[in-house]
Design a protein around this ligand. Structure first.
Ligand code: FPP
Length: 234
Protein backbone atom coordinates (compact mmCIF):
# COMPACT_ATOMS: atom_id res chain seq x y z
CA UNK A 1 0.00 0.00 0.00
CA UNK A 2 1.69 3.21 -1.12
CA UNK A 3 -0.61 5.72 0.64
CA UNK A 4 0.10 6.56 4.26
CA UNK A 5 -0.58 3.69 6.63
CA UNK A 6 -1.84 4.68 10.08
CA UNK A 7 0.79 3.95 12.71
CA UNK A 8 -1.78 3.20 15.39
CA UNK A 9 -5.25 1.71 14.90
CA UNK A 10 -7.65 1.39 17.84
CA UNK A 11 -10.83 -0.69 17.67
CA UNK A 12 -14.08 -0.74 19.64
CA UNK A 13 -15.18 -4.32 18.93
CA UNK A 14 -18.94 -4.07 19.25
CA UNK A 15 -21.87 -6.31 18.33
CA UNK A 16 -20.79 -9.77 19.50
CA UNK A 17 -23.98 -10.23 21.51
CA UNK A 18 -26.29 -9.12 18.69
CA UNK A 19 -24.45 -11.30 16.18
CA UNK A 20 -25.04 -14.33 18.44
CA UNK A 21 -28.66 -13.37 19.17
CA UNK A 22 -29.45 -13.15 15.44
CA UNK A 23 -28.30 -16.75 15.11
CA UNK A 24 -30.07 -18.04 18.21
CA UNK A 25 -26.70 -18.63 19.90
CA UNK A 26 -25.55 -17.73 23.44
CA UNK A 27 -23.73 -14.36 23.72
CA UNK A 28 -20.43 -16.07 24.43
CA UNK A 29 -20.58 -17.68 20.96
CA UNK A 30 -20.42 -14.10 19.65
CA UNK A 31 -17.33 -13.38 21.76
CA UNK A 32 -15.72 -16.60 20.52
CA UNK A 33 -16.40 -15.64 16.91
CA UNK A 34 -15.06 -12.17 17.78
CA UNK A 35 -11.70 -13.71 18.72
CA UNK A 36 -11.35 -14.84 15.10
CA UNK A 37 -11.87 -11.25 13.93
CA UNK A 38 -8.99 -10.25 16.21
CA UNK A 39 -6.75 -12.80 14.47
CA UNK A 40 -7.73 -11.39 11.07
CA UNK A 41 -6.98 -7.80 12.15
CA UNK A 42 -3.61 -8.75 13.62
CA UNK A 43 -2.72 -10.38 10.30
CA UNK A 44 -3.91 -7.30 8.41
CA UNK A 45 -1.66 -5.10 10.60
CA UNK A 46 1.33 -7.36 9.92
CA UNK A 47 0.57 -7.27 6.18
CA UNK A 48 0.10 -3.50 5.91
CA UNK A 49 2.68 -2.23 8.41
CA UNK A 50 0.35 -0.85 11.09
CA UNK A 51 2.62 -0.73 14.15
CA UNK A 52 0.13 -0.42 17.02
CA UNK A 53 -3.22 -2.15 17.38
CA UNK A 54 -5.25 -1.34 20.50
CA UNK A 55 -8.41 -3.33 21.20
CA UNK A 56 -11.17 -2.51 23.69
CA UNK A 57 -11.49 -6.08 24.96
CA UNK A 58 -13.16 -5.47 28.35
CA UNK A 59 -14.35 -2.16 29.76
CA UNK A 60 -14.67 -1.21 33.43
CA UNK A 61 -18.43 -1.16 32.80
CA UNK A 62 -18.39 -4.75 31.49
CA UNK A 63 -18.08 -6.03 35.11
CA UNK A 64 -21.83 -5.27 35.37
CA UNK A 65 -22.64 -8.12 32.94
CA UNK A 66 -23.90 -11.49 34.29
CA UNK A 67 -21.15 -13.49 36.03
CA UNK A 68 -21.55 -16.28 33.48
CA UNK A 69 -20.63 -13.94 30.62
CA UNK A 70 -17.80 -12.24 32.55
CA UNK A 71 -16.28 -15.61 33.49
CA UNK A 72 -16.56 -16.85 29.92
CA UNK A 73 -14.82 -13.70 28.64
CA UNK A 74 -11.98 -14.17 31.14
CA UNK A 75 -11.59 -17.80 30.07
CA UNK A 76 -11.59 -16.71 26.43
CA UNK A 77 -8.80 -14.24 27.19
CA UNK A 78 -6.76 -16.90 28.99
CA UNK A 79 -7.22 -19.41 26.14
CA UNK A 80 -6.42 -16.76 23.54
CA UNK A 81 -3.14 -15.91 25.28
CA UNK A 82 -2.26 -19.60 25.66
CA UNK A 83 -2.96 -20.34 22.01
CA UNK A 84 -1.31 -17.23 20.57
CA UNK A 85 1.80 -16.97 22.75
CA UNK A 86 4.22 -18.82 20.45
CA UNK A 87 2.83 -17.19 17.32
CA UNK A 88 3.28 -13.74 18.85
CA UNK A 89 6.87 -14.52 19.77
CA UNK A 90 7.54 -15.85 16.25
CA UNK A 91 5.78 -13.05 14.33
CA UNK A 92 7.42 -10.15 16.17
CA UNK A 93 4.28 -9.12 18.06
CA UNK A 94 4.67 -7.48 21.45
CA UNK A 95 1.80 -7.69 23.92
CA UNK A 96 0.87 -4.74 26.14
CA UNK A 97 -2.13 -4.05 28.33
CA UNK A 98 -3.88 -0.92 29.47
CA UNK A 99 -6.51 -0.70 32.19
CA UNK A 100 -6.68 -1.73 35.82
CA UNK A 101 -5.49 -5.31 35.35
CA UNK A 102 -5.21 -5.74 39.10
CA UNK A 103 -9.02 -6.14 38.89
CA UNK A 104 -8.74 -9.23 36.62
CA UNK A 105 -8.65 -12.81 37.95
CA UNK A 106 -5.11 -13.63 39.06
CA UNK A 107 -4.79 -16.37 36.44
CA UNK A 108 -5.38 -13.77 33.69
CA UNK A 109 -2.91 -11.36 35.29
CA UNK A 110 -0.25 -14.09 35.41
CA UNK A 111 -0.89 -15.11 31.81
CA UNK A 112 -0.70 -11.50 30.59
CA UNK A 113 2.57 -11.00 32.46
CA UNK A 114 3.99 -14.23 31.01
CA UNK A 115 3.14 -13.32 27.40
CA UNK A 116 4.27 -9.70 27.86
CA UNK A 117 7.62 -10.94 29.17
CA UNK A 118 7.95 -13.52 26.37
CA UNK A 119 7.29 -10.87 23.70
CA UNK A 120 9.10 -7.93 25.32
CA UNK A 121 11.87 -7.79 22.70
CA UNK A 122 9.46 -7.76 19.73
CA UNK A 123 8.92 -4.58 17.72
CA UNK A 124 6.95 -5.40 14.55
CA UNK A 125 3.46 -4.96 15.98
CA UNK A 126 2.52 -3.61 19.40
CA UNK A 127 -0.69 -5.44 20.33
CA UNK A 128 -2.43 -3.56 23.13
CA UNK A 129 -5.35 -5.09 25.04
CA UNK A 130 -7.56 -2.69 27.00
CA UNK A 131 -8.79 -4.77 29.94
CA UNK A 132 -10.89 -3.48 32.82
CA UNK A 133 -10.25 -0.20 31.05
CA UNK A 134 -12.06 3.13 31.23
CA UNK A 135 -10.73 6.41 29.87
CA UNK A 136 -12.06 8.36 32.82
CA UNK A 137 -10.50 5.97 35.36
CA UNK A 138 -7.18 6.26 33.52
CA UNK A 139 -7.34 10.07 33.72
CA UNK A 140 -8.33 9.89 37.41
CA UNK A 141 -5.28 7.69 38.11
CA UNK A 142 -3.02 10.12 36.20
CA UNK A 143 -4.38 13.13 38.13
CA UNK A 144 -3.87 11.30 41.45
CA UNK A 145 -0.26 10.54 40.57
CA UNK A 146 0.35 14.20 39.69
CA UNK A 147 -1.29 15.39 42.92
CA UNK A 148 0.96 13.01 44.89
CA UNK A 149 4.06 14.34 43.14
CA UNK A 150 2.94 17.94 43.61
CA UNK A 151 2.48 17.31 47.34
CA UNK A 152 5.92 15.69 47.46
CA UNK A 153 7.38 18.73 45.69
CA UNK A 154 8.70 16.83 42.65
CA UNK A 155 6.17 18.40 40.24
CA UNK A 156 5.13 22.07 40.21
CA UNK A 157 2.05 23.64 38.63
CA UNK A 158 4.17 25.03 35.79
CA UNK A 159 5.36 21.50 34.93
CA UNK A 160 1.83 20.33 34.12
CA UNK A 161 1.61 20.13 30.34
CA UNK A 162 -0.28 17.84 27.93
CA UNK A 163 2.97 15.88 27.51
CA UNK A 164 3.34 15.35 31.28
CA UNK A 165 -0.29 14.23 31.58
CA UNK A 166 0.19 11.90 28.59
CA UNK A 167 3.23 10.39 30.29
CA UNK A 168 1.09 9.44 33.31
CA UNK A 169 -1.49 7.55 31.24
CA UNK A 170 -1.39 3.78 30.65
CA UNK A 171 -0.43 4.53 27.04
CA UNK A 172 2.75 6.44 28.00
CA UNK A 173 5.34 6.03 25.27
CA UNK A 174 2.80 4.93 22.63
CA UNK A 175 1.74 7.15 19.72
CA UNK A 176 -1.86 8.39 19.83
CA UNK A 177 -4.25 6.43 17.59
CA UNK A 178 -4.47 7.72 14.02
CA UNK A 179 -7.60 5.72 13.29
CA UNK A 180 -10.44 4.46 15.49
CA UNK A 181 -12.69 1.75 14.06
CA UNK A 182 -16.04 0.97 15.69
CA UNK A 183 -18.26 -1.87 14.57
CA UNK A 184 -22.04 -2.36 14.85
CA UNK A 185 -22.90 1.16 13.74
CA UNK A 186 -22.93 2.91 17.12
CA UNK A 187 -21.58 6.47 16.98
CA UNK A 188 -20.05 6.60 20.46
CA UNK A 189 -16.61 6.56 22.07
CA UNK A 190 -17.87 4.68 25.16
CA UNK A 191 -15.17 5.80 27.61
CA UNK A 192 -12.34 4.53 25.38
CA UNK A 193 -8.98 6.41 25.19
CA UNK A 194 -10.66 9.75 25.99
CA UNK A 195 -7.42 11.72 26.10
CA UNK A 196 -5.66 9.90 23.27
CA UNK A 197 -8.46 10.12 20.66
CA UNK A 198 -8.40 13.95 20.50
CA UNK A 199 -7.29 14.07 16.83
CA UNK A 200 -8.06 10.52 15.75
CA UNK A 201 -10.01 9.85 12.55
CA UNK A 202 -13.12 7.74 13.22
CA UNK A 203 -14.44 4.99 10.95
CA UNK A 204 -17.75 3.34 11.84
CA UNK A 205 -19.08 0.24 10.09
CA UNK A 206 -22.52 -1.31 10.56
CA UNK A 207 -21.04 -4.81 10.57
CA UNK A 208 -21.00 -6.68 13.86
CA UNK A 209 -17.53 -7.46 15.17
CA UNK A 210 -17.63 -11.22 14.39
CA UNK A 211 -18.39 -10.33 10.74
CA UNK A 212 -15.41 -7.98 10.47
CA UNK A 213 -13.08 -9.34 7.77
CA UNK A 214 -9.62 -8.38 6.60
CA UNK A 215 -11.27 -6.56 3.67
CA UNK A 216 -13.20 -4.42 6.17
CA UNK A 217 -9.97 -3.51 7.92
CA UNK A 218 -8.42 -2.56 4.57
CA UNK A 219 -11.54 -0.50 3.71
CA UNK A 220 -11.10 1.39 7.01
CA UNK A 221 -7.46 2.10 6.10
CA UNK A 222 -8.60 3.41 2.70
CA UNK A 223 -11.19 5.62 4.37
CA UNK A 224 -8.43 6.95 6.65
CA UNK A 225 -6.26 7.68 3.61
CA UNK A 226 -9.04 9.81 2.10
CA UNK A 227 -9.14 12.12 5.13
CA UNK A 228 -7.29 15.41 5.39
CA UNK A 229 -5.94 15.77 8.92
CA UNK A 230 -5.59 19.38 10.01
CA UNK A 231 -5.27 19.07 13.80
CA UNK A 232 -7.33 22.23 14.23
CA UNK A 233 -5.25 24.19 11.71
CA UNK A 234 -6.16 25.09 8.12
C1 FPP B 1 -18.73 -6.07 22.61
O1 FPP B 1 -19.83 -6.80 22.13
C2 FPP B 1 -17.58 -6.91 22.89
C3 FPP B 1 -17.06 -7.15 24.13
C4 FPP B 1 -17.61 -6.54 25.34
C5 FPP B 1 -15.92 -8.03 24.35
C6 FPP B 1 -14.93 -8.14 23.25
C7 FPP B 1 -14.26 -9.45 23.35
C8 FPP B 1 -13.86 -10.23 22.32
C9 FPP B 1 -13.93 -9.83 20.92
C10 FPP B 1 -13.30 -11.58 22.52
C11 FPP B 1 -12.41 -11.80 23.67
C12 FPP B 1 -11.21 -10.98 23.70
C13 FPP B 1 -9.95 -11.44 23.61
C14 FPP B 1 -8.82 -10.52 23.75
C15 FPP B 1 -9.67 -12.87 23.37
P1 FPP B 1 -21.16 -6.79 22.97
O2 FPP B 1 -21.18 -8.02 23.81
O3 FPP B 1 -21.29 -5.53 23.72
O4 FPP B 1 -22.23 -6.87 21.83
P2 FPP B 1 -23.71 -6.28 21.85
O5 FPP B 1 -23.57 -4.78 21.92
O6 FPP B 1 -24.27 -6.75 20.55
O7 FPP B 1 -24.41 -6.88 23.03
Amino acid sequence: MSAVVPKHVAIIMDGNGRWAQQRGLPRIAGHEAGSKSIERCVQACLDTGVQYLTLYAFSSENWKRPALEVNALMLLLENFLNQKRDEMVREGIRLHHIGRIQELPSVCQRKLREVMDATAANTKLHFVLALSYSGRAEIVDAVKSLVRDTAAGTVSEADITPELIGSRLNTAGMPEPDLLIRTSGEMRISNFLLWQLSYTEIHVTKKFWPEFEKADFLAALEDFQSRSRRYGGV
